[in-house]
Design a protein around this ligand. Structure first.
Ligand code: FES
Length: 108
């Protein structure tokens, strides 16, 4: 398998319903990875880009969260409608989608 140009991870972490952090699973992470995979397949882009699920990425309140490497750009909350935008602008265009990024102070 060739090395992908970019690799994105979609958090699908689940937690008990009453957990104070909530989870990307409860916020709709599974449909997001499905949408990325379907769109990449429809455009025959699997040879260039890879989409994987991940456990908690640490910013649960922003979920569902997506991170794109090698840049390490983190998006959230991502909706199914955002998937094509991220593919068009970031994966193919090389420019991260500023409006969909998690807040800059999320790690403070
Ligand atoms: S549960 Fe998704 S970032 Fe923590």
């Amino acid at each position: 398998m060739p090395r992908p140009e970019k690799h994105l991870f979609v958090c699908t972490q689940s937690r008990p319903e009453d957990h104070p952090k909530g989870s990307c699973s409860a916020r709709g992470g599974a449909p997001i990875i499905d949408a990325f995979r379907a769109e990449l397949e429809a455009r025959d882009l699997f040879g260039r880009f890879k989409a994987s699920t991940s456990g908690c990425l640490g910013v649960c309140e922003q979920g569902p969260v997506v991170v794109v490497y090698p840049e390490g750009v983190m998006y959230g909350p991502v909706t199914a409608e955002d998937v094509k935008t991220i593919i068009d602008q970031h994966l193919l265009g090389g420019t991260p989608v500023e409006a969909l990024k998690v807040p800059a102070d999320v790690w403070d």
